[in-house]
Design a protein around this ligand. Structure first.
Ligand SMILES: [Zn+2]
Length: 652
């Protein structure tokens, strides 16, 4: 998922990793040998009725118990029931945080809401009808009105390494878009749409209710999915098209498949333009890119491909190659609310009718969502519990990739309901501040501790903590231990945990191994704590003593969090002294006897600690330069004003 904003900074490119491609992807989505456990495999047949906004479907799930526990029940996500009424936990959380554009949910007509009703459940081989045994549970909050988790008791237990097959039939009502899913006009985006197994772990089922600010978790498998839609409609889905049949009744059935993924999403509309382009690299496997574009964005096709190539290249070089051989980029319909979301081998972008050069729409969201193929797609952490493991790593990686690719990124103002953009060419957005979401983090820094299960965060702190804080501390770590070390740690984590379900300690272990030293104190500060970082220069004084000066600099830890920081003291004769402070005490004084006065003192002069919530107190000088700054900003402001007036005049 994307929180749209932007990036830029020119940083040196890193050396290419040696690449080993261990599996081959063909254009049928078949991968041999398998990359994942493939213990949750879905064969689905679904029919969309656009007139009634319904989907009627059946699925057969072949599931293998890969835990040490014996399963006595199955638990399924029925995500669409979150939008069935206002009493679901999702809807209640939405009101609590007022985060999502669902404020009108209580006013929506039945036809604009969603629902998923399971009409039949049969255990196969031999057939046992379990339909009547289904019931809803609410493992997270006990909300008896929530119907997003269904349990079905098993007539015979499934022991470790045993398998079962189960067939489920259901009907679903497609909502006017909720949370990137639904219908607007004849644009359909269908995600989280089928009864999906939770993840059985040694401790039992991990099957959380649908929450307003967290996402998903499921096991890897193969998907073979038939979707029947009106003839002539364009369709895109996870995987690749294996077969297309005209049913002779005005409908066409598209069969898509993909191995080694943990989800399946699709979209259909009569209006898409279809464009294709290749990704090619000397060191990475090729990827066929397919773009489903809104007609009004026809001139932006190449920008979409170029942005997707940024992720395929840099994430591929830094972390490991993209193994699927194809990727689908979906440009969602205007006001569909479906932009900026990731699914295996498919993601939604999001652009504007007028997308000026110099700004990162649509690049930013594309780099982010394509990047989720690594953090979320291939490395399948539990997004209910450890959302930062994909969103935070991806936010960090997105900013780094956009900077590495030198995508120009300036502040954009938008007028007339957002239709008319104005690029402020004087205001360059930076990776360190804008891409890492420093402002969002600052606003919520102490509201949640990252080690809390993500679904228990206050709904509005997810952006600043899950995305921003993680990106900031990873970028801080990069500046502290160096990118080669961090990159080695992250690629090692990727190699170890791809197509599996890591926990936070697995990531910390990989970074610690790469760093060759204990980083626990740092992780304690940034992950197991919610304290704010704020170092500053509290005082700078010079006293003449005979033929020399005695200068004293007091640095102070204003925040509760601890990090080692440097202090740079500059004297009027040009001498510069750098001190290394462990940052542990509340303050420390440095005294100097020198022939010249100290002119300035700056704590963390290289801005290693990007988590510092207040940079304005980081330096002090004895020679005020405020006048120069005021003049500079006044001139810039006048220039903007002039540009605006000219723009308005040209529109008059
Ligand atoms: Zn995301």
């Amino acid at each position: 998922m994307s929180v749209r904003r932007a990036v830029f900074a020119a940083l040196p490119m890193i050396a290419l990793l040696p690449v080993i491609v261990s599996a081959q992807s063909t254009d049928t989505g078949v991968i041999d040998p398998p990359l994942s456990s493939r213990n949750a495999n879905y064969t689905i047949a679904a029919r969309l009725d656009p007139g009634a906004h319904t989907i009627t479907a059946t699925e057969t799930i072949r599931w293998r118990n890969i835990t040490h526990a014996t399963a006595t029940e199955l638990q399924f996500h029925l995500y669409w029931n979150a939008w069935r009424d206002s009493r679901s936990s999702y809807m209640r959380e939405t009101l609590l945080g007022a985060v999502r554009p669902n404020a009108d949910a209580g006013l929506r007509s039945e036809g604009d809401r969603a629902r998923i009703d399971v009409t039949a459940i049969h255990l196969l081989d031999p057939d046992v009808d379990l339909t009547a045994t289904q019931r809803f549970i609410a493992p997270d909050d006990g909300n008896t009105e929530d119907r997003t988790v269904m349990t079905v008791p098993l007539p015979r237990p499934v022991k470790p390494e045993e398998s079962l097959a189960i067939r489920i039939a259901w009907t679903a009502h497609v909502p006017r878009t909720f949370d990137r899913t639904g219908v607007v006009g004849s644009y359909y985006f269908i995600a989280q749409w089928f009864p999906k197994l939770g993840v059985l772990q040694d401790a039992g089922w991990n099957c959380h209710q649908f929450h307003s600010s967290t996402e998903f978790f499921s096991d890897y498998g193969t998907y073979d999915v038939e979707m029947t839609v009106p003839r002539g409609w364009i369709l895109g889905a996870t995987g690749v098209e294996r077969e297309r049949r005209d049913n002779g009744d005005g409908t066409t059935t598209h069969r898509y498949g993909q191995d080694d993924v943990h989800d399946f999403a699709w979209t259909t509309s009569p209006d898409y333009l279809v464009r294709t382009a290749p990704f090619q690299s000397a060191t990475l496997p090729p990827v066929a890119m397919r773009l489903l574009l809104q007609p009004e964005h026809a001139d932006q096709a190449e920008r979409h491909f170029a942005a997707a190539r940024i992720s395929l290249r840099y994430y591929g070089e830094w972390y490991g190659p993209y193994p699927y051989g194809h990727i689908t980029i979906v440009d969602p319909a205007f006001q569909s609310g479906a932009d900026g979301m990731e699914y295996p081998t498919l993601f939604t972008a999001g652009t504007d009718w007028i997308a000026p050069r110099g700004a990162t729409t649509p690049e930013e969201v594309i780099v982010h969502e394509a990047g989720h193929q690594w953090w979320y797609g291939m490395v399948g952490n539990n997004e209910f519990e450890d959302a930062w493991l994909d969103e935070g790593l991806n936010q960090f990686s997105e900013g780094r990739a956009i900077a590495a690719a030198n995508v120009p990124d300036h502040l954009v103002l938008r007028y007339f309901g957002g239709f008319v953009p104005y690029v402020l060419n004087d205001v360059v957005r930076t990776r360190e501040v804008d891409s890492n979401m420093l402002r969002a983090y600052r606003g919520v820094a102490t509201r949640d501790t990252p080690s809390t299960a993500s679904y228990r965060y206050f709904p509005t702190s997810i952006g600043g903590i899950t995305y921003g804080k993680t990106a900031l501390w990873l970028n801080t770590l990069e500046r502290w231990i160096g990118w080669p070390v961090l990159q080695r740690g992250m690629s090692d984590y990727f190699a170890t945990w791809k197509f599996r379900h890591p926990k936070p300690n697995d990531f910390f272990d990989a970074l610690t191994r790469a760093a060759g030293r204990d980083l626990t104190p740092f992780f304690d500060q940034v992950y197991r704590g919610s304290n704010r970082f704020d170092y500053g220069v509290d005082d700078l004084t010079n006293v003449r003593e005979g033929d020399h000066y005695r200068s004293v600099v007091v640095v102070r830890r204003f925040g509760e969090a601890i990090f080692p920081v440097d202090l740079l003291v500059t004297f009027t004769d040009g001498e510069r002294i750098t001190e290394h402070w462990d940052g542990i005490d509340r303050w420390k004084a440095y005294a100097y006897e020198r022939p010249a006065e100290a002119r300035s003192a700056e704590v963390d002069p290289n801005r290693v600690l990007l988590l510092d919530v207040n940079w304005t107190n980081n330096s002090k000088t004895t020679a005020p330069r405020g006048g120069i700054a005021a003049t500079k900003w006044s001139l810039m402001w006048l220039r903007w004003l002039e540009d605006h007036l000219l723009t308005w005049a040209s529109l008059a």
